[in-house]
Design a protein. Structure first.
Length: 99
């Protein structure tokens, strides 16, 4: 991957963003999320908001990204701050993962 390239996929239902951290070389920020309000009607109320299968799917994608990073010699770290705050769409309710 180009050191300065940002990869983004964003729509009304979900987003995935991978961008370099400007303060260091070969360090990337990965943010992903789903729009809970958009997925609730799809599951027709069978699940509470935080037990929605879409949230579980997002968690599985996060694990897959971690596994891929490990396969290529990277060291994924869980972030406890709010590094993705400016990337998360401001409308509706979003569940986000980041590393």
């Amino acid at each position: 991957m180009n050191e300065h390239k940002t990869c983004e996929y964003i729509n009304d239902f979900l987003f995935f963003i991978l961008r370099p951290v400007s303060s260091s070389d070969n360090t990337y920020l990965y943010c992903s999320g789903i729009n809970i309000d958009r997925f609730l009607p799809i599951t027709k109320g069978r699940h509470r908001p935080m037990s929605n299968p879409a949230i579980r799917g997002l968690q599985l994608v996060n694990l897959g990204v971690r596994a891929l990073a490990l396969e290529h010699g990277a060291i994924p770290e869980t972030l406890h701050g709010n590094e993705c705050a400016g990337m998360i769409p401001s409308n509706d309710s979003w569940s986000a993962e980041h590393l």
